[in-house]
Design a protein around this ligand. Sequence first.
Ligand code: C2E
Ligand code: MG
Ligand code: MG
Ligand code: MG
Length: 292
Amino acid sequence: RAKELGRNGFQFFTEALQLRAQQQLELGASLRLALERDEFELHYQPQVSLRSGRVVGVEALLRWRHPERGLLGPGHFISFAEESGLIIPIGEWVLRRACMQNKAWQDAGLPAIPVAVNISARQCAHHGLEAVVRSALDSSGLDPHCLELELTESISMADPEHSVPMMERMKAIGVELSIDDFGTGYSNMSYLKRFPIDRLKLDISFVREITTDPGSLAISDAIITMSHSLHLEVVAEGVETEGQLSLLALRHCDIVQGYYFSKPLEAGALAALLREGRRLPDHLIGRLPDAP
Ligand code: C2E
Ligand code: MG
Ligand code: MG
Ligand code: MG
């Protein structure tokens, strides 16, 4: 009887594995099709200056308009795309689309601000990244200063012998660089001074608790102070409340991004927001000194 149960357990286990393998195969096939059928979209979330209250950048965030399941966020497919290598062609699509869209906004008379694109570890290690960035800029005609690449802390710190030269090549092209989700990954800070980067994005996990947890506030403070000493700007991610925003302003954070100002928007809605000149109300800004 014990033997019987064991066999059933094993059978159940293999069935679960087979089901997972089957699902992965299907996801791979449908992601490939999604590219061909143009089912991916970029949504754009504004980043606002705590100095001027104005939108000073947007982050492009990938969405999959699935024919049956509706709009899917990256949580449903990005890690699979990374593991399977599909992030290479998908990431190339993202870079090209973000550059074209930003150029189209500028041609329509909207202010020239950078569009930030997330770059995964796999893309970073790929030798073709530089050529793709150049080609996305050339074919769109976008000024390189209007493209920003968001690298994660773990990619950049895990292998600085590779990542520093890569970042230097990107800076030579003229694009902006930021480190995403800062404070959660590798913590070998000594590399930070060697990185030719422009800004750090303070991770959402600190911002979420900044008004309630003294530890999160202390870490945020330390990251902001250190960033400014290194002449980097700080973008706080995931700012949802006026309380969080005011506290970040008081602590001299430069830029905020989050639902408080706006969720990620479709291209048309983002253009409308820029056209209206939407900004933060006066009582929330202007507490910062002039330069970071
Ligand atoms: P991320 O780069 O850290 O992007 C910020 C995430 O926080 C986005 O989730 C955004 O929608 C969400 N967010 C913004 N404001 C708030 C807020 O106030 N509260 C909360 N709770 N969340 C907020 P999203 O769009 O689901 O993207 C998740 C992650 O997927 C991104 O994290 C990024 O790592 C990855 N990703 C997104 N697009 C791309 C892409 O084109 N390529 C690659 N390689 N990764 C991408
Ligand atoms: Mg990001
Ligand atoms: Mg982030
Ligand atoms: Mg994050």
